[in-house]
Design a protein around this ligand. Structure first.
Ligand code: SF4
Ligand code: SF4
Length: 129
């Protein structure tokens, strides 16, 4: 595990919440999300670890992780979470933050429809660098 550079500011936490309308505070690390993830073998941080990093405000580690782009938005983790945290939405929220920082400013918040913009995010992954 890499050492964190800094913890997220209040603005950064509010931005993530604005995009996802989800809180990770209730995550109790049961790992049900990770145990159902079909891409777990390719991830540097497992879904439950990404939720823990998010909860601790260690956004940089999530934003720099390979897992962020390995995740296929299959929603399995969200369907398994007993706390309705929806890790898939949180992960997609981080991807939206990265894409916005790279001036893909037309990525809209996902809470208006209630569903992640999977196709949009997936199609933009290839242009992330
Ligand atoms: S399934 Fe939900 S509560 Fe359990 S570790 Fe994953 S995000 Fe946290
Ligand atoms: S949405 Fe992403 S993290 Fe969640 S189970 Fe699917 S591939 Fe894994």
């Amino acid at each position: 595990m890499r050492f964190p550079k800094k913890t997220a500011s209040r603005n950064e936490k509010e931005s993530l919440f604005y995009i996802t309308q989800k809180e990770v505070e209730d995550c109790y690390q049961c790992m049900k999300c990770s145990s159902g993830c079909p891409f777990i073998a390719q991830m540097d941080y497992k879904p439950h670890q990404m939720m823990l990093l998010t909860k601790l405000g260690l956004f940089d580690q999530v934003l720099q992780s390979e897992s962020l782009w390995v995740c296929a938005s299959c929603m399995t983790c969200s369907s398994r979470c007993p706390r309705d945290i929806e890790p898939a939405k949180i992960i997609e929220g981080f991807r939206a933050i990265v894409l916005r920082e790279k001036d893909h400013s037309k990525v809209q918040p996902i809470h208006k429809t209630g569903m992640p913009r999977q196709a949009l995010i997936a199609s933009m992954r290839k242009f992330r660098r």
